[in-house]
Unconditional design. Structure first.
Length: 404
């Protein structure tokens, strides 16, 4: 028998064996269906339920309200999806509570004139006067971005401080004061009174042509931190009963240190907001005197806190982001009693195909409207995984998940 003939015989035998194998599998599946034992098929070692039997799934619709929200604290024996587990992206809650990316661009692609800058460590954002305004903790410069979000637009400009050389700013939050047409910028930590670690605000005025800004006033915030790298990360400003108020979002839990394994600052779900009122001091100086420490609900079960934003002027809807957890909590705030309402929903920033966090450095947010957020990211850190580089130093627009 020739070699070609032998090859044909072997091919025919292989096809017959394969056909018998598929027939056997189909027969087993048919037998199982006759016995009512069909439903769970697997893919990549994960089970998928095709039976339509709610008792075979993770939870029925009736039980879904009892499940702990993804990203919030576990309650008793109820199991929650672990955000550090790859299976997290296969949970039902991930699909409902994941932000949708609508637009994004690196800062280096937004500004027509980069002013010799290539590093943009965005640390806070606000929207005012028809533009988005972004600060950078690496620059004493404010970025103005058109809400058209166009590449290298002439409307997107970097506004430096007047007559000052560029240096690291430690800027962490920015808010607009409409009654004075100025911006309030908060620094993370400022060493005052010898070794006391405090924060301060710099009130800045933009030039008419936005060629520069000038600091017109500095005010210390009468609150002491424990660590020079764990101060305020976000702010909100408002005026009430003819008084100026400042809200400072602490980066760590309890506003305490995060150094060490058992540090109180790493006890998730204990975020704090510091409320302070501006007091005029003789001689033209000013101070922010603390009036209340506001507890963020434990529903925002975060390792750290990076920004706070309200929808509208003193609106009830509030958002708080976490950089380490790559998530945002959206809830309600009671302005009459100056406290958060319990509840709310945690949304997660999208992940890559391996369910790894890629939006690892979210530091700025602001509501564009009820459903969409303007978001900015810091530069990724050397200790972070390489995939965190893909979304760092960027501006973006995100839509809230379907469960909102």
């Amino acid at each position: 028998m020739s070699n070609s003939m032998m090859n044909l015989v072997f091919l025919a035998i292989s096809i017959l064996m394969l056909s018998f194998s598929h027939a056997a599998r189909f027969s087993n599946l048919l037998d199982a269906s006759m016995d009512g034992d069909v439903g769970m098929l697997t893919r990549d070692n994960r089970e998928f339920d095709f039976s339509g039997d709610s008792s075979a799934s993770d939870s029925s619709d009736e039980d879904s309200s009892a499940l702990v929200e993804v990203g919030s604290e576990s309650d008793g024996d109820v199991n929650q999806a672990d955000p550090d587990d790859r299976d997290f992206c296969y949970s039902k809650e991930y699909r409902k509570r994941t932000l949708k990316t609508m637009w994004e661009m690196p800062f280096i692609g937004l500004f027509s004139d980069l002013r010799n800058q290539t590093k943009f460590e965005a640390s806070g954002a606000t929207i005012a006067k028809g533009y988005a305004w972004v600060i950078f903790d690496s620059l004493r410069t404010v970025g103005r971005i058109s809400l058209d979000f166009n590449f290298r637009s002439e409307d997107n400009i970097l506004v430096p401080e007047k007559d000052e050389e560029e240096e690291e700013s430690q800027f962490e939050g920015i808010e607009y004061s409409p009654e004075t047409d100025t911006f309030l910028i908060v620094t993370e930590v400022y060493i005052a009174d010898g070794d006391r670690l405090q924060s301060r605000t710099e009130e800045v005025k933009m030039a008419d042509d936005y060629s520069s800004f000038e600091v017109i006033r500095e005010c210390l915030i009468d609150f002491t931190f424990e660590h020079e790298n764990k101060g305020f990360e976000g702010i909100y400003y408002f005026k009430r009963d003819n008084h100026r108020y400042f809200m400072g979002l602490c980066e760590s839990n309890y506003c305490k240190t995060s150094s060490g394994e058992d540090a109180p600052g790493r006890e998730k779900g204990h975020g704090r907001l510091v409320l302070a009122k501006m007091v005029e001091i003789e001689g033209g100086d000013c101070n922010w005197q603390v009036e209340k420490i506001i507890h963020i609900p434990t529903d925002a079960y975060f390792t750290d806190y990076s920004e706070i934003a309200f929808h509208g002027l003193m609106g009830p809807t509030v958002a708080v982001t976490s950089q380490e957890d790559a998530a945002v909590w959206v809830g309600k705030f009671d302005w009459e009693n100056l406290e958060f309402e319990e509840g709310g929903t945690v949304f997660h920033f999208p992940r890559n195909d391996h369910c790894e966090m890629i939006y690892c450095n979210v530091e700025g947010i602001h509501f564009l409207d009820e459903q969409r957020l303007f978001v900015t990211t810091d530069k990724s850190k050397s200790k972070q995984p390489h995939h965190c580089m893909h979304k760092d130093q960027m501006a973006m627009v995100m839509a809230l998940g379907s469960s909102y």
